[in-house]
Design a protein around this ligand. Structure first.
Ligand code: UDP
Length: 238
């Protein structure tokens, strides 16, 4: 176990601490919950613990399937040890069904199956509301190289194969999700987190929303539902 030394960065829901090993960081999942680029903020009890364990479970599944991730180990209820990546300011989004900004931007009916799934890039910038960008923007502005983008797209689709099946086998639809990548010793590695905060999950039968849309839309039972998703996947939160 590596102790936290100094808080390097506090995001909207997680904080990153240095350790005595410059190649490793501690990621702390807080109970803070935000939506609409930080406009709506609340503390939800147990959220840090639930998302930490959820993320660890998913990252381990992805590693087993050959996706390189920054996850090293759980360190406590709300903390995980991760590799120290140089993060790229680009969000990769895959959509299996239409929802969220795609519905608004292109007028597509919510729930429409997207075949093949779409792949989109967004700039990680709250002040600009994470605008949609393309590959040429990434290259011209130095956010990522074409080679890095190819690898990010390949890995994001590989994650889709692994996780769509995992959720489907547990009675849920993986509607869409956002991934962030970084560079570690020259390679592109999956960073950040995978939790119901950064994806859309619907019950297969009822199409009930089981993700952060419960918070965004004020539907209630946010963390209880995250725990239900986890339980269906076989995660224990005790
Ligand atoms: N997403 C995220 N962080 C962001 C933007 C999007 O985790 O800053 C996730 C979101 O939860 C959803 C997917 O990416 O699962 C696609 O989001 P969308 O573009 O529909 O944006 P939204 O309208 O949800 O902000």
């Amino acid at each position: 176990m590596l102790e936290k030394v100094k808080e390097l960065y506090a995001g909207k829901a997680k904080s990153i601490f240095t350790t005595s090993d410059p190649t490793k960081m501690v990621m702390v999942f807080r109970d803070d919950t935000s939506a609409f680029d930080g406009e709506k903020m609340e503390q939800l009890a147990r959220k840090g613990m639930v998302n930490n364990k959820f993320n660890a479970f998913v990252m381990e599944k992805l590693e087993q399937a050959g996706v390189p991730t920054h996850f090293v180990s759980l360190q406590g209820e709300c903390e995980s040890l991760v590799k120290n990546l140089q993060m790229l300011p680009v969000e990769c989004v895959v959509r299996n069904h239409a929802a969220g900004s795609l519905v608004k931007r292109l007028g597509i009916e919510e729930g429409k199956e997207l075949s093949p799934p779409t792949f989109e890039l967004f700039l990680k910038n709250d002040a600009l509301h994470d605008p949609m960008i393309n590959r040429s923007h990434c290259v011209s502005f130095g956010w990522a190289t074409l080679e890095q983008l190819d690898e990010m797209e390949r890995l994001t689709y590989q994650v889709n194969d692994v996780l769509s099946e995992l959720f489907s086998n547990a009675g849920m639809l993986l509607v869409d999700y956002k991934l962030e990548f970084g560079v570690f010793q020259g390679s592109i590695i999956l960073g950040d987190e995978f939790s119901p905060d950064g994806c859309r999950i619907w019950d297969k039968e009822t199409r009930n929303k089981m993700d952060k849309d419960r918070f965004r839309q004020g539907l209630g039972s946010v963390i209880e539902t995250y725990e239900e998703v986890g339980r269906r996947l076989g995660i224990s939160f005790d």
